[in-house]
Design a protein around this ligand. Structure first.
Ligand SMILES: [Fe+2]
Length: 70
């Protein structure tokens, strides 16, 4: 579910706050992860939904879509 974070691992070593583009890249990792899995042949929509929604929360406080969990 976090394969989309692989390219962002270097951000953990930064000693300054993340810039907006970096924060947005992190927020988008759920969608990026699902897209990468699709590109590599994953076709199970329930699995892809779980990956894409894994930071969504029942109280809408999650991301990226701020929607209740499915
Ligand atoms: Fe994640």
């Amino acid at each position: 579910m976090n394969i989309g974070m692989f390219e962002l691992q270097q951000l953990q070593a930064l000693e300054r706050p993340l810039v907006d583009a970096q924060q947005e890249a992190i927020r988008n990792h759920c969608e990026r992860s699902a897209a990468m899995l699709r590109e590599h042949g994953m076709s199970s929509e329930p699995w892809l939904d779980i990956v894409q929604d894994h930071h969504e929360r029942p109280d809408d406080s999650g991301y990226p879509a701020h929607m209740p969990s499915r």
